[in-house]
Ligand binder design. Structure first.
Ligand code: DC
Length: 218
């Protein structure tokens, strides 16, 4: 079974996707990682993330193993990594180079311990529209920018990272705009996606609701 979960940053996709993968014994692919890997690859080499030629070269040479190594960089999950990822993700050739790597995963889904599984939960922006349009279940998980920015802000503080809510909100809106206004595979729900607004829902409530939908499908 292939499930795609798309939506804007900090809507709760990652937590939901991991919980679903655990419950239904599916592999999990956080597709934002491929773009973060290219962004971090550039930053680590002192190159600005809006350098199109360098980003295309990095994307062309990106592999799963390289991506996992770059994920060890302390900035990989930071807002610096997120902004860089969002910039390289707007470049059509970068997206084209990184597409196959994401699609191949559905052919050979691997669990964290290396065992082979029979399905995948994808988490991203265009996994239901472009990466895996054949998915059995497509979800589009969203929440208001204010709620998402507050979640991110609390996450940073919990990790001991400095954070100012107003700045996180401005970055959230900036990233939403870039992700949804780009010409190549913009952030938008697939026509057959189920839309879930988590603004007033806790993760347990969202998970229970989605499990009901999955069980119905199964
Ligand atoms: O989910 P994330 O915050 O790790 O994603 C980082 C950036 O990568 C996001 O701003 C847009 C881009 N992205 C994308 O364009 N397509 C995807 N399927 C996943 C992420």
């Amino acid at each position: 079974m292939i499930i795609t979960i798309d939506g804007p940053a900090a809507a709760g996709k990652g937590t939901l996707a991991q919980k679903l993968a655990d419950k239904y014994n599916l592999a999990y692919f956080d597709t934002g990682m491929v773009y973060r890997a290219v962004g971090i690859d550039l930053i680590a080499n002192g190159i600005a993330p809006d350098n199109v030629a360098a980003a295309e070269k990095s994307a062309k040479n990106m592999t799963f193993t390289k991506m996992l190594a770059l994920a060890q960089n302390p900035d990989f999950r930071s807002s610096t990594g997120g902004q860089a990822a969002s910039k390289v993700a707007a470049m059509p050739k970068v997206r084209a180079y990184l597409l196959k790597m994401q699609q191949d995963f559905a052919e050979n889904p691997i669990a964290k311990d290396g065992s082979r599984l029979t399905g995948v939960v994808y988490d991203g922006r265009d996994t239901g529209t472009t990466v895996c349009p054949q998915a059995e279940l497509k979800l589009f998980v969203t929440a208001s920018p204010e709620v998402r920015a507050m979640r991110r802000h609390k996450e940073y503080l919990q990790k001991g990272l400095p954070s100012v809510y107003e700045e996180v909100l401005a970055q959230t809106k900036e990233r939403d705009l870039r992700d949804s206004s780009r010409t190549a595979s913009p952030l938008k729900p697939a026509d057959d996606a189920i839309i879930i607004d988590t603004s007033d829902m806790g993760i347990d409530e969202v998970f229970a609701e989605v499990c009901r939908i999955v069980d119905e499908k199964l």
